[in-house]
Design a protein around this ligand. Structure first.
Ligand code: EPU
Length: 339
């Protein structure tokens, strides 16, 4: 297991900030993680568990320990005529896993193509895109207790999945390290093409196949979302807010063209990108902290912005949306550090 002291985090956050951590630990296997939590190696608390840092905003150096699992391996666990259960280590690159499933002809993850990050973060965040959430396919999540190194398996219900939320961000936050995730996929895929222009994009490519859905999603994402390899960002910076139907009605009276969807749980989900766009923020920048010019939900680092500058920009955006629409935006990225 690799252990680094006083290390730059620039490779460990997609905003490309050069903050430092006192210690960075990269366990390669579940057993290495267990030995760490059983006290066989000493490390400083508090512990921050991270994936690839694609959903985090550091605002200062991290004066303690960060742990990024590098646990690999993709396996077929069980297969029958309808379904296949696969598992992947927490450190597997998410899009590599999606590509592997599509190449094998297994359906369920194709709409989630090109989402940055690692497998271990997918249940934590309940990642979602183009009408699919990863909770629809997760069978169970294997995790190691940070307190004593014991293993727990959380089934789908135990994970208490919600929109971009799960038990791992709530009740058991900071208590477990996810080591392996099990996904139940279909052998005869049913394509989900209900979101926006996805079907149109697939039709442009030809027949309705898993590979074409993946290609279509990749094409749409490349057009709208900035590549973190080119310009620092963490994808959607805010969640889409869910408001009561009466609150949505009031806004709709003044803005009939507003984008809104019925939410599965309650109320109406508004498009945060649309709200921010209407406040005139799209493409704006304050120094090197900016709002992406093709999708206002994404904040970007044009070069030398600090975490604090991105944070301040997000506060200014929240204030505009509150004043114009009476809607409170909630950050999707996790803010870590002093503000
Ligand atoms: N819109 C605007 N202006 C903008 C951005 C969006 O008017 O600047 C409008 C669009 O025209 C559209 C609506 O808002 O009518 C929704 O936009 P889009 O389809 O781009 O999706 P989104 O709701 O902004 C969500 C996810 C994305 C995911 C897409 C596609 C959240 C917070 N974001 O974005 O996820 O890729 O749907 O399914 O739920 C991420 O989580 O990092 C992420 C990128």
């Amino acid at each position: 297991m690799k252990i680094f002291r006083d290390i730059s985090l620039s490779k460990y956050n997609t905003f490309d900030f050069d903050y430092r951590a006192n210690c960075l630990i990269l366990p390669k296997t579940e057993d290495e993680a267990i030995s760490l939590f059983r006290g066989e190696i000493s490390w400083e608390k508090p512990l921050l568990i991270m994936g690839s840092g694609s959903n985090i905003l550091f605002t200062s150096d991290f004066k303690s320990t960060i742990l990024c699992p590098e646990i690999g391996g993709i396996k077929i666990e069980e297969q029958d005529q309808e379904n296949v259960l696969i598992s992947a280590g927490a450190g597997v690159n998410w899009d590599n896993l999606v590509e592997w499933t599509v190449n094998k002809g297994f359906g369920g993850l194709e709409n989630l193509s090109l989402i940055p990050g690692l497998v271990g973060a997918t249940p934590v965040q309940n990642i979602g895109a183009y009408g699919v959430e990863v909770k629809d396919t997760i069978e169970k999540v294997r995790a190691v207790s940070i307190e004593d190194g014991s293993i727990t398996e959380f089934n789908n219900n135990d994970c208490r999945f919600e929109y971009r939320n799960s038990i791992f961000k709530g009740e058991v936050k900071g208590k477990y390290l996810v080591t392996r995730v099990y996904y139940k996929l279909t052998v005869n895929p049913l394509l989900n093409l209900n979101y926006g222009s996805l079907k149109e994009e697939v039709n442009k490519l030809g027949s309705l196949t898993l590979k074409n859905v993946r290609r279509a999603v990749i094409n749409i994402r490349r057009r709208k979302l900035p590549d973190p390899e080119v310009i620092g960002n963490a994808g959607s910076f805010f969640k889409n807010p869910v408001v009561s139907s009466s609150a949505a009605e009031i806004i709709k009276k003044s803005y009939p063209q507003m984008t809104a969807y019925e939410d599965q749980s309650w109320g109406i989900k508004l498009a945060a990108g649309w709200l921010i766009d209407q406040c005139g923020w799209k493409g704006k920048r304050i120094g090197d902290a900016g709002v992406h010019d093709k999708q206002a939900l994404v904040l970007v680092n044009h070069g030398k912005a600090t975490g604090k500058e991105i944070y301040d920009l997000s506060e200014a955006i929240k204030k505009s949306v509150r004043e114009k629409f009476g809607v409170e935006l909630e950050r999707e990225v996790e803010v870590v550090g002093t503000i």
